[in-house]
Design a protein around this ligand. Structure first.
Ligand SMILES: [Zn+2]
Length: 397
């Protein structure tokens, strides 16, 4: 099957070409040889983008399908229990109407540590084998065995939680710095990147001391300049999750997304209701959104790689849909629209070693998003979705 998209503006993951043609040959992009195509699409007035990569999700049944409906072709899950993970991976491998998936599997946290309090607060809801008891790490001596168990489950990277909840008045058990360091060392020895959940500067510094590769959130307290400089010097990437901070601090601005007809009309009713979640169990600074946007601006100025990620979960943010607000918020932190699009495509692909995606070029996987208008000048144009391809398969709209 050969599909030719003509007369189209292309944002290739890094650069914009005002008018060109792109050839999809089966599941890959190919150089156009001038030959016949089975299907031709006129891309006049539209922009072709690499499929979006959400660099922070928690993936449950139905989420990979919803993600793809909004142009997210890959989810990078940051905590998934084994039974659920095996099921989601099977879906992603066997079907072409769901997003692809990478995952940390079970995250490393102290016994009773974050996110145990959320799982307790939601234990009345039926998530089947997706939530329940999970391995924790009590001391540095358990680090190696914990990492080996994750490797055996097929983890793609290691996720480590450093969160005492103090910033929001909670007092949760937290991994000691020496345990964090032992986990990072064991992860690296096993060939896994180490990515830390930290939402305060104090906890982020523990992660930096331990030598992590990435931070799964921006911090939600004021970020000192010297810490931003240190994140840059250590070449640590940072996942934004600004829509998550909006959701858990009850910030009303996020409702803009569902009022936007281009998004709202495609959302199931229960997804809209999910935005009404009670945020009280999540330990985030009350000024979290404002502080995190300022942190994003400082980190961008310092040359740190920012990755667009929503922290989509069963409530809010929403799988797929919320990425279209995440990239908007990145522009409010000072990224250009093209930089925000790169943060949702080529940058996460490079940082997570996904060498087959995140770009539009011959040989890359045909994960594509065709939108009306020009998101390199108006970032909200990502919401005007005309076509989506996943591994070369055109999605029904
Ligand atoms: Zn998360």
């Amino acid at each position: 099957m050969r599909t030719l998209i003509r007369n189209v503006r292309v944002f290739d993951g890094v650069l914009t070409v005002p008018r060109t043609e792109v050839l999809i040959e089966d599941d890959r992009l190919a150089a156009y040889d001038g030959g016949r195509a089975d299907l031709e699409i006129d891309g006049a007035g539209a922009t072709l983008l690499p499929g979006l990569i959400d660099a922070h999700t928690h993936t449950f049944d139905g989420d990979l399908a919803q993600a793809l409906r909004f142009g997210v072709t890959t989810e990078l899950d940051m905590f998934c229990l084994p039974g659920n993970l095996a099921r989601q991976r099977r879906l992603a491998a066997e079907r072409d109407d769901v997003a692809d998936l990478r995952s940390s599997g079970i995250l490393a946290t102290a016994p009773g540590g974050h996110p145990s309090q959320i799982m307790e607060a939601t234990s009345g809801q039926d998530f089947g084998d997706a939530v329940g008891a999970f391995d924790t790490v009590a001391d540095a001596g358990q680090a190696k065995a914990f990492v080996e168990a994750r490797l055996a489950e097929g983890a793609d990277y290691l996720k480590i939680v450093i969160d005492s909840g103090h910033v929001a008045g909670l007092d949760l058990p937290v991994l000691a710095p020496d345990v964090v360091a032992a986990l990072v060392e064991a992860g690296h020895a096993a060939g896994l990147m180490a990515i830390a959940h930290a939402v305060t500067t104090e906890d982020a510094v523990v992660a930096l001391d331990a030598g992590v590769d990435g931070l799964a959130h921006l911090v939600t307290d004021p970020l000192p300049e010297e810490v931003a400089a240190r994140i840059a010097a250590q070449d640590v990437f940072v996942v934004s999750t600004l829509t998550y901070f909006e959701a858990v601090t009850g910030d009303p601005s996020g409702a803009e997304l569902v009022r936007d007809e281009r998004i709202g009309s495609l959302l199931p009713a229960q997804a809209r209701a999910a935005l009404d979640r009670d945020p009280s169990v999540v330990p985030v600074h009350p000024d979290g959104v404002r502080n995190a946007v300022q942190a994003a601006a400082a980190l961008h100025g310092a040359g740190v790689a920012l990755l667009a990620g929503t922290d989509a979960n069963p409530w809010a943010p929403l799988h797929g849909a919320s990425m279209h607000r995440e990239v908007l918020l990145l522009t409010e932190a000072g990224l250009s629209p093209a930089e925000a699009l790169a943060a949702a495509t080529s940058v996460p692909a490079r940082r997570f070693g996904l060498a087959d995606r995140g770009r539009i070029a011959p040989g890359f996987r045909a994960d594509l998003l065709l939108v009306e208008g020009d998101p390199t000048t108006d970032i909200t144009a990502t919401r005007a979705i005309r076509e989506i391809w996943r591994r070369g398969v055109r999605q029904a709209r």
